[in-house]
Each structure stands twice: as C-alpha cells, then as structure tokens.
Design a protein around this ligand. Structure first.
Ligand code: ZN
Ligand code: ZN
Length: 525
C-alpha cells in the first residue's frame, strides 16, 4: 500500500474497529495513561476506559454505567438495616483521578497563559470532577479556594409553611406487619415536573410565539437547585433522613423532569403539599434588559476590568451587582403535574420502576428530539436561542450583555459564546448530574459497585481479589500526539482480543465446573 492509500484507509479502519469494540462491550474512547511500576521501575502505557464521563459518546461505557446504576438503585431502595457510611481510604482509582486532575489543571493553565483554546481541557476537568465525586470523594477538589459571601438576612431562602415531624435519626422508612406476621416495606416512586409555559400538542407548542421560552430556559437552568429544596422539605416533613435515587430526564416538550425512588413512605397528600410549597429563589442580578449587544460590547482594560464602550466607565463587578439586587432574578417551582406511586419491596412494580428510572441513562437529554419533525426542530431551536443569552452561572460571559462583569472576569469574554454545558443544545439548559443518589442510599459508592463486579468475576475464575499495594503504581497523563501510543484502531482491536481471551477463559472454567457437577451427580446416583 502506498503511504497515501494507507492514510486514506485509516478513518475506515478506525470506524470498523469502533464497531467491533462496541459489539464486544469494549470502551471506544480509552484514555491512555503512563503507569510506572515502582517495584520494577518499568513504565507501560495503559488504556483506561473513559467511563462515559468525559462528554464522550461511548456506548459500551454508557451501557456499563447504566447496569451499575440499576444495581445501585435496587440495592438501596428497600434496605432494612441502617447503611454504614464511614469514609473509605482513597483508593488507587481515586488517587490517580486526583493526580490526573492536577496535571490537567496545570496543562489547562499553561494553555490559557499562552493564549490557546482551553475548551477541551475544561471539558476534561469538568468530567474529572464528576468522576471524582462519583468515586466517593465529596465536594470539589479545589473547594475552599473561594470564600463564602455573607448574605443579608433578606436573601435567606424562606422556609415554606409545611408541617414538621420531630426528626429521628434513621434513614429507614416505616414497616407494616400484616395479620399473618409478614413485614411490608412500603416506599414511593415520585415524578416531578416543571410548570406549563404554553399549551403543548404532540410535544410542541401550539403557539410558539406565546410560549414562555425565557421562563422555560431559566427553570431548566435552576432545576437542580429546586430538586435540592424538595429533598430538604421532604426530610423536614417526613421527620427522618429520607434517602432517594433519582434521575433527570427530558420530557417531549424538552423540559427536564425528575423520577425519584424514595425509601420509606409518606401520605400522598403530603408529597403533593411539599411539591406545591417548594420553590427556589435565584438571587442573581437582573438580566432582563440587554444593554450591550452586536458590535456594541464592553471592552477589557488591563487592571480595570470591563468598561462601558461608550462612556469608558468600569462596569459593576459581580459582587457589586449582587449587593444591589433587590429581588431575585427568578423563582423556580414545580408544576401541577405530579405522580406519586406506592411501591412494595420485591414486587414486579419495584422492578418496573427501576427499569423506568434507568431507561434514558445511556442517552443525552437532547436525544429525545426527532430531527425529522420540523415543528420539533423549531421548538428546540427557539429554546436554544433563549438559553444562549441566559447567564448560566456567576462566571458566565453573558453577564456582560446586562452590563455586569462576570465573576472572575478575564479578557476575551463575549456574550452568547459561553462554553458552559447548559447552553449546549444537548443539555436543554440542564447542566447538573443525570443521576442523583443520596449519601446513605446503599452502603456503597458507584466505585464500590464496580469493585463488586470485579470481585465477582475474579471469584468465578477461582482467584482471590487481593488488594494491590496502592503505592505500587504512579499514573501520569500521556501528552497528546505521543509517538508511543498506537493508533486508536490498533488499541481498540487489542482490547477486543483481550476481552475475547478473558471470555474464553471464563467459558472454559464454567465448562470444567459443570463437568465436575455432572460427575458428582453421577457418583451420588
Ligand atoms: Zn468508554
Ligand atoms: Zn454560560
């Protein structure tokens, strides 16, 4: 083959390798890491599965994650003993995640200093933060770097007027014993939905001009906070440390909604009352009137920050603008549509709900869109347009449009060009996590559920899962374009071959075990 022909054939080879990898359940976006074995001094390049967290569309990892989530949901829903939550020592995985995070941050800062685009590295960092949280470490690695503002009492979120039970120190729901002595463990499956923004037919607004896209956009942006408030109120009313496993999914009208498995039970009327009384006030400066747009945009001055392009005056900083805010920018509430279902542990109902909860986990929020329907496409475009200029966070470049310097303002910010997840069409304004699991749902973190599967597989092979010395290996990221990393197609096919070897080995062991059973049976007969 000529070098040119070889080059031409590469994308094809990669596509084929990807398909084969998907068929075999092998990660198609592996992350190459350099692993130094401190015992032998040898360095190896190891492919680590992407885990589907780095904003990569990796179907095998997405599927595997979904299976883990189903296991996690099932194990926690009806536990009958108080889960023990002692922080585990940072595992090897956690350690390398943190090291990798630190290295990536360093690379990102270096790129920013030399004026390069940091979009990709920012996305990786956001993904790593999510992964680090999922691995059982709570909070942000860099937390503490920002100081908390002192808020005036006027800004306090008012507690809604709801009944309160005396708090008991348990996470378990009530049980009921029937006359024949059987113990029942009732629980709830709740679906919470945002309000109406205009009449909908077949998933699209009947009158798009009358549809309240601004409100839809703001509700989606702050949906996660509303869910937090709901849980706080739920716990106050219930009088125990209510645990939940919830997923955020898109409705056909492109608004996020929430399915929540709740351990224990409350009267339905109370759930209704809590949902109706729950709201979240967004204490942000006003962002209703565009002061700067088009070519007329604030200009950056070193040492001063952003200036009004007409008068040369320095624009108020985020903190200054926040102090002036006399009322919340927005208040989010749930809509009237609420579904509350009682579920008994171990019933087909419970299984059905778990399937429902995990149904969309392998898809992004925007995947529910049907691109062949012009009305749906137009609806999605209008929502994306509304989201484009809504501030997504205190650091969002869109604040400049409303005459305010974003928090941590830096040169080069342009309204409408914020890279925040919430503005991306795939996210529909919701940048939070898709799966929300309370701390004491099951005894395990997702990383521990993963470990369960590994232990199971090794036991099936007749090997013990001995803990490796956590200090044995040192992990380092491999710089992009490193000549020691083979082309992706080659790496994928290698991983497939390895998976096949492992499966064959498992099958052989199984066959041997079956044979032993058979001969044992024969002897017994
Ligand atoms: Zn993957
Ligand atoms: Zn933004």
């Amino acid at each position: 083959m000529t070098p040119r022909a070889l080059r031409m054939s590469q994308p094809l080879a990669r596509e084929v390798a990807e398909q084969v990898a998907i068929q075999h359940g092998v990660c198609v976006r592996p992350v190459a890491l350099k692993r130094l074995d401190t015992y032998t001094g040898q360095t190896e390049i190891i492919d680590v599965p992407c885990g589907a967290t780095l904003e990569t569309a990796c179907p095998p990892c997405a599927r595997r994650n979904r299976h883990l989530r189903v296991a996690q949901c099932r194990e926690g829903w009806h536990v009958d003993a108080e889960p023990i939550t002692t922080p585990n020592e940072a595992s090897e995985e956690q350690r390398w995640l943190i090291e990798f995070r630190a290295d990536t941050q360093a690379r990102r800062d270096a790129a920013a200093r030399s004026g390069q685009d940091t979009t990709d590295l920012d996305a990786v960092i956001a993904g790593l933060d999510a992964e680090i949280n999922a691995a059982g470490m709570r909070g942000n690695v860099l937390a503490g770097a920002t100081s908390k503002r002192n808020r005036s009492t006027r800004r306090r979120q008012d507690a809604p007027d709801l009944p309160r039970r005396k708090m008991t120190n348990t996470t378990l729901g009530r049980t009921f014993t029937s006359s024949d002595g059987k113990v029942y463990r009732p629980s709830l499956f709740v679906t919470l939905t945002l309000p109406s923004y205009g009449k909908i037919r077949d998933g699209v607004p009947v009158d798009p001009d009358a549809y309240d896209y601004r409100r839809a956009a703001r509700d989606a942006l702050h949906f996660a906070k509303l869910v937090d408030r709901f849980v706080q109120n739920l716990r106050r009313v219930a009088g125990y440390d209510v645990q939940y496993f919830a997923t955020v999914e898109p409705q056909k009208r492109l608004a996020p909604h929430l399915h929540m498995a709740i351990r224990g039970t409350l009267p339905r009327a109370e759930i209704r009352q809590i949902a109706a009384a729950t709201y979240h006030q967004v204490w942000w400066p006003a962002a209703d009137e565009a002061l700067f747009e088009g070519e007329h945009l604030p200009v950056w001055a070193n040492g001063a920050g952003y200036l009004d392009p007409g008068t040369g005056e320095v624009l108020p900083t985020w903190e200054q603008a926040l102090d002036q805010a006399a009322e919340p920018l927005h208040v989010v509430r749930f809509g009237d549509q609420l579904n509350v279902q009682g579920v008994l542990s171990g019933t087909p109902d419970a299984d059905q709900c778990i399937r429902y909860l995990s149904k969309y986990l392998t898809k992004s929020l925007g995947d529910s869109l049907d691109p062949d329907q012009p009305a749906q496409r137009e609806h999605a475009e209008r929502l994306a347009a509304a989201l484009r200029y809504e501030p997504c966070s205190p650091t969002c470049a869109n604040w400049l449009r409303y005459g305010i310097q974003p928090k941590n303002a830096k040169p080069g910010m342009t309204p409408g060009r914020c890279r925040g997840k919430a503005h991306k069409p795939d996210h529909l304004g919701y940048a939070g996590r898709r799966v929300l699991v309370s701390r004491k749902w099951s005894n395990k973190t997702l990383a521990e559920h993963k470990q369960d599967r590994r232990t199971w597989a090794l036991e099936a092979l007749g090997q013990t899962d001995e803990p490796t010395d956590p200090h044995r290996y040192l992990w380092k990221p491999v710089p992009a374009g490193d000549a020691n990393v083979p082309p992706l197609a080659v790496r994928l096919l290698r991983a497939v071959a390895e998976r096949q070897r492992w499966r064959a080995h498992m099958a052989e062991l199984q066959a041997r075990a079956d044979g032993q059973d058979l001969s044992a049976n024969r002897q017994a007969a």
